[in-house]
Design a protein around this ligand. Structure first.
Ligand code: MN
Length: 415
């Protein structure tokens, strides 16, 4: 698909994140006004709440009069497509409505971005093969063998929606129980604070009972970048035998724009080849992965940024549709606004590791950044995730997913 040309400044650049082909969904505020729904276009946010109020957008009832996209999502895929069709027509080069629209474009540089949707529940998966193998190699047994179930299902755990924050929110280093050398625990700030490079899928329509992979695919409204902050020392002590708990409950940062599944459709591709065929209920009827270039940058308080990871979402073995299908096999209902983390996306080489745990080989081999070295995240470090699908003369960008780690409290129980 070629670039769709727009009359909006900045929307026709081949290297910009927000061409007319993208139209991602966010929530913004400007000055003292309360937050409202917007779509990014070029160097601007389009106030779609105002367009709906003024009748320039007609979606069959007010859906954008709230500071979140859940109501629009709940209206279903036909309305999602209608929204894209109408906004595309309004913003296309030569649109006769241009003079009615110009007042509803606000420079991105002047707005504050908020969480774009109310997160109903958060589930995090473990669907990157290289990450799973790297973690297995760093574990105590250390042979790098994938867990026996990994080839057969997207392994996951139920996380916390309450700790999902929007890009730019500072993340405080958490305290927790950490195993000491003598085997007894102490209560202390994590010394092995880490990040995880992931894609997040946003569930747009609800389900009740098991759904097929094809049905699950149609439920996905869009995707965000997702950083699943992880305290590795807390995780190592607490995850015996159940999965991550407090280690991953401090914060999960997402990018501020939901890139709609329709915008990523031209970039659909197959996932990693399988060594073992899946059981029929998890088999994909077609390509359901996306080709999205991903990178992570680390910026110390007083230094320049270093890109520490470059990889692609093609490295995932299970798609979000397969994750949803697996999630519902038990009868578990899915809700509008559920967020699913893909799992850490690492490639085969050291330059493509999606976590510091892998990059520093469990902390044993510190890696270089400009003017310094790191094993895990230090106070005042900023971690920034970026992603874009590369089209024919245009890009589909996500906006940054960034967070700075601030020092632990001196005593978490002092009020
Ligand atoms: Mn994760």
């Amino acid at each position: 698909m070629p670039l769709l040309k727009s009359w909006v400044a900045g929307a026709n650049r081949s290297d910009g994140p927000f061409p007319l082909n993208n139209l991602p969904c966010g929530v913004f505020s400007h000055g003292d006004a309360p937050p409202r729904c917007g779509m990014a276009i070029g160097d601007f946010v389009l106030d779609v709440t105002a367009l709906e109020e003024e009748g320039l957008l007609s979606l069959g009832g007010p859906l954008l009069d709230v500071p979140y996209w859940n109501d629009l999502m709940e209206a279903g895929p036909a309305v999602w497509a209608d929204l894209r069709r109408q906004v595309t027509a309004l913003l296309r080069e030569g649109s006769s409505k241009r003079f009615l629209m110009e007042d509803h474009l606000i420079p991105l540089s002047k707005v504050t971005l908020h969480l774009p949707f109310v997160v109903a529940e958060f589930t995090d998966f473990f669907s990157g093969r290289h990450h799973a193998a790297n973690v297995a190699a760093l574990s105590r047994s250390g042979d790098g063998a994938l867990p026996a179930n990994w080839q057969h299902m997207p392994v996951g755990y139920n996380g916390r929606a309450s700790s999902v924050v929007v890009s730019g929110t500072p993340v405080r280093r958490p305290w927790g129980q950490i195993r000491s050398a003598d085997g007894t625990p102490r209560f202390a700030p994590t010394g092995r604070f880490d990040m995880e490079l992931e894609l997040g899928a946003v569930v747009g329509t609800a389900s009740d009972g098991p759904v097929t992979v094809a049905e699950a695919d149609a439920m996905i409204f869009g995707y965000v970048l997702l950083n699943d902050w992880s305290a590795r020392d807390i995780q190592a002590w607490e995850s015996q035998p159940l999965g991550p708990f407090q280690a991953k409950a401090t914060a999960t940062t997402i990018s501020p724009w939901i890139v709609m599944a329709a915008a990523l459709h031209p970039f659909r591709t197959t996932g990693q080849p399988r060594e073992v065929p899946l059981l029929p209920h998890l088999q994909e009827p077609g390509p359901m992965h996306h080709d999205i270039a991903l990178e992570v940058a680390l910026t110390p308080a007083d230094g320049p940024e270093t890109v520490i990871c470059r990889t692609t979402s093609r490295e995932l073995t299970y798609s979000a549709a397969q994750q949803i299908a697996h999630h519902t096999t038990s009868g578990c209902p899915m809700s509008v606004g559920d967020l699913l983390g893909s799992g850490t996306i690492s490639g085969a080489g050291r330059e493509s590791c999606g976590s510091l745990l892998e990059l520093s080989r469990g902390g044993k081999e510190p890696f270089a950044i400009a003017g310094a070295a790191r094993s895990f995240i230090e106070d005042h470090d900023t971690l920034t995730l970026r992603g874009q699908a590369l089209g024919d003369g245009y890009q589909i960008g996500f906006g940054q997913c960034t967070g700075q780690v601030i020092p632990a409290l001196k005593d978490p129980y002092t009020r």
